[in-house]
Design a protein around this ligand. Structure first.
Ligand code: SF4
Length: 690
């Protein structure tokens, strides 16, 4: 054994810090990570990585890692054996189901764990607990994008590959900041823009790095993207710059769509969005002149009351101009977490079985019923937000949550904390004792990606294998193992020896993945899902759109106005990612290399506002919304304008985390919190600072 410890091992893995899905070799000796080495074989990134992928991994050896199961006894966590913890989980959850019925237990899965882990979570919910009350954290970010795409083109994924984006004549980025959120993907756009004549339009509240590089930057008023998108579409059609042939052959409801567009004149759009008519016309001209337009969007679009309808408006614009079904064109929702796409693909959604087979589809459901030996409810279950309501009402008594820091990432955090503390029984499975885990009755220690095998699916629908880089730490176990043990302790006959067994079962039930297997995915190989016959499909809709008549559909929705706030809340607060941190920072805050670069959190204030209020860098301010308050230091920057503030979302501190400000305001179609529609008032607590 001593001999082996001294040998350097190189293992392929997939990065977990964003949805781009970079791969690299990790060089290790024992538990020590020597280096992270991208290689030419990596299909997404070749030899590129960003700072997170390269340096963000120390957290795996953090002293704060959970290494043994914990059980709450008299208000305190005490260490327990796996047998003790699993028996307790099984007996409590089992008896709650017996006493209160099938819907009394809720399941929340994660977009950070593997496809195999997710598949088993939905199977645990549907087979063992006979409920569709299962969701994952894409509810907090990407569900509106998926909804908008399902309604228009019939599949909820990026239209082509990341490489295809480089072939596009025009890239439009709406409400996203790939330079910080999806760095390696952004590099491709930067290169195409700089050297290959690609044009770039950015629409964002904040003048981010991509905005700085763009040919045209617009900053519409908060919550009004749908209006300018519809006005530009109308103008394109009015000018005859749309693609009539494409529409006739490929899209339904054009006449109805034109009627909906009637009121979205340039004048109206200028008045609502604050974007001038000239700029709107310019956007239309750039789309007309481009050889292929891609539209990329992120949470600046989705986390709004009209998030789904704005996503549909993006897809409508692309359909009207014939920008689908060829490389360098189409819709690209940018998935945030590494496996947002995969978690949804695997059916950890209340209305979808694995492989996007809808729960109301009798034939699909029948197939799963046969395989699982139970009856599956044909009604969708509750989503994350509805589960919280059900707990508050006393209808849901227990919850099993994996890898998600709900207490921190959900909006209206004060309310969420109350709800979680009212559960009869709460199981949390994670690698750290997150804020959410602090409400748990049992905490099950899981392993991070470097300590397990499985597959992830990146933003371009590419499934890739990860291999075990490090031995597991302490008594921590891979998520699939834990979920299987819980099922077995409840009497289920599960016998998966390796994630490949789970993947094979998923494939056998999901036509979308028919030709995928661990052999096909061996090493650096990958597989894009995307056609109903289950073939590798890098470019979607080659054989038509995903509707029975193969035709896409214009979505017919009007603008959803942003939520209203009392007038005293006079400042808009936006929030988002920072290059160096991963989301709320639970992992990267524990990475020393990264912490030393960006230690604190701050609120960005515009030069105009700082003059008006006499603010200086470092002043301590209190921000108060109708739902809570936080304290932060001021950072004056022209990245934001007027009365708009920006708060990076990497705080885990109750004093400064954004979700102590956000409220119970949701996208109208998917219940995704409208995090971007928050207003606050500001009070100066202390002048001058560090
Ligand atoms: Fe990881 Fe995303 Fe950076 Fe690639 S771009 S190294 S996937 S964080």
């Amino acid at each position: 054994a001593a001999m082996r410890e001294t040998r350097t091992k190189k293992t392929k893995t997939v990065c977990t810090f964003c949805g781009v899905g970079c791969t690299f070799e990790v060089w290790t000796k024992g538990r020590k990570i020597l280096k992270v080495q991208p290689t030419h074989e990596g299909p997404v990134n070749a030899i590129s990585t960003c700072v997170k992928g390269k340096f963000g991994w120390d957290f795996v050896n953090s002293k704060e890692r959970l290494t043994t199961p914990l059980i709450r006894k008299n208000g305190q966590f005490v260490e327990a054996s796996w047998e003790e913890a699993l028996s307790l989980v099984a007996s409590k959850l089992g008896s709650i189901k017996e006493t209160y019925g099938k819907g009394s237990v809720g399941f929340i899965s994660s977009s950070k764990i593997t496809n195999e882990d997710n598949y088993l979570m939905q199977k645990l919910a549907r087979q063992v607990f006979e409920t569709n009350n299962i969701d994952n954290c894409s509810r907090y970010c990407q569900s509106p994008a998926t909804d908008g795409l399902f309604r228009t083109v019939g599949m909820g994924g990026d239209a082509g590959t990341i490489k295809d984006i480089a072939k596009s004549g025009l890239v439009i980025i709406v409400g996203a900041n790939p330079a910080e959120g999806h760095p390696v993907l952004a590099t491709r756009i930067k290169r195409a823009h700089k050297y290959h004549g690609q044009k770039l339009i950015v629409a964002d509240l904040r003048r981010n790095e991509m905005a700085e590089r763009s040919d045209l930057f617009i900053s519409p008023k908060q919550g009004t993207d749908q209006v300018w998108l519809m006005a530009v579409t109308k103008y394109l059609i009015d000018q005859g710059w749309h693609d009539q042939t494409f529409i006739e052959e490929n899209v339904n409801f054009f006449d109805e769509f034109k009627e909906v567009l009637e009121k979205y004149t340039l004048d109206y759009a200028e008045q609502i969005t604050g974007i001038s008519k000239e700029q709107l016309m310019k956007i239309a001209e750039m789309i007309r002149d481009a050889d292929g337009t891609c539209i990329l969007w992120g949470m600046g679009v989705t986390q709004n009351t009209g998030g789904s309808d704005t996503s549909a408006a993006i897809s409508n614009l692309l359909l009207a101009t014939g920008n689908y079904r060829r490389p360098g064109a189409g819709a690209y929702p940018l998935r945030g977490h590494n496996n947002v796409q995969g978690a949804c693909d695997m059916g950890t959604l209340p209305g979808w079985l694995p492989g996007y087979q809808h729960i109301t589809d009798d034939e699909a459901r029948g197939k799963f019923e046969k395989a699982y030996g139970v009856t599956i409810d044909s009604n969708p279950g509750l989503n994350n937000i509805e589960m919280l309501h059900a707990i508050a009402k006393g209808d849901m008594k227990a919850m099993y949550l994996v890898g998600e820091d709900m207490a921190l990432v959900d909006s209206d955090a004060n309310h969420v904390h109350e709800v979680l503390s009212s559960l009869d029984f709460f199981v949390v499975q994670d690698i750290f004792l997150s804020r959410t885990a602090q409400y748990a009755d049992v905490v099950l220690p899981a392993t991070p990606s470097l300590e397990k095998e499985g597959t992830f699916t990146n933003t371009e629908r590419r499934v890739q294998r990860l291999y075990q880089v490090l031995p597991t730490l302490g008594d921590a176990k891979p998520d699939w193992w834990i979920i299987q043990e819980v099922a077995k302790h409840l009497g289920a006959d599960w016998n998966y020896g390796h994630p490949s067994d789970i993947f094979a079962e998923m494939v056998s039930l999901s036509p979308l993945f028919k030709e995928a297997s661990y052999d096909v995915l061996e090493g650096w190989n990958s597989f894009h899902w995307g056609s109903l016959d289950g073939k590798n499909t890098p470019l979607l809709y080659q054989d038509g759109f995903n509707f029975p008549d193969k035709k896409a559909r214009f979505a017919l929705s009007d603008w959803v106005e942003p939520a209203e706030f009392p007038e005293e809340y006079d400042l808009y607060i936006n929030n988002g990612r920072m290059l160096e941190h991963f989301h709320e920072g639970n992992m990267t805050n524990k990475s020393k290399g990264i912490q030393s670069k960006v230690p604190g959190v701050f609120v960005e204030v515009s030069p105009t506002l700082s003059r008006e209020r006499n603010l200086e860098n470092g002043d301590l301010v209190r921000l108060k919304s109708p739902f809570g308050a936080v304290k932060l230091n001021v950072l004056i920057t022209d990245r934001v304008k007027d009365n708009e503030l920006y708060l990076p979302m990497n705080s885990v501190d109750k004093e400064s985390a954004i979700n102590f400000l956000t409220g119970p305001i949701y996208d109208t179609r998917t219940n995704t919190p409208a995090y971007k529609q928050t207003r606050v008032k500001m009070e100066v607590l202390r002048k001058g600072g560090n």
